[in-house]
Design a protein around this ligand. Sequence first.
Ligand code: GRF
Length: 196
Amino acid sequence: MINIALFASGTGSNVQALIEAQKSGRFQANLVALVCDNKQAAVIDKARQAKIQVLVLSPKDCASRQAWEATVIDFLQERQVDLIVLAGFMRIIGPDLLQAYPQRIMNIHPSLLPDFPGRNGIRDAFEAQVEETGVTVHWVDEGIDTGEIIAQAKLKIDPNWGLADLEAEIHKIEHRLYPEVIKEFIDQMKTKGAVQ
Ligand code: GRF
């Protein structure tokens, strides 16, 4: 079975959805670690309740950004992590981590990329009054939300919705899509004979 590390900075509704999906067998992998850069984040408790080992460390508490990455890489390698799943992780992944896990770091973004990248994908789509938005899962590269797209799910925006309604609908899609994409990734690894 593959080992997955989750990275998150905030509420952790996606992390919770992934924990539940894994428990109910929607994908078969070990959730071996959470990396969190924010001591106050609600996601920390969610992971601990699921008995996932947590590294809480901000780059601000390290001598340098590179030192932060080195600590994180050690933590991941000790746990033989195969795949990194970003779920609301609010930092750019630096070159050392990218090099250590090439095409092995995925992210979920709450818009149909390349439209509305950045921190406020849901609000930006809402304010632009587009008819349709959605969710994207993509590989992480050195840019912001620019990596190769793995999967997208579309959502028609009901003109009667407020921003909160749109947020709720987007999160529902995220919580369904991310486990599906992870299952698909594991199936592909199995086809290649890379996991049993
Ligand atoms: C999600 O909307 C995700 O797409 C974005 O950050 C948000 C995290 O939400 N990258 P949560 O912490 O999983 O509830």
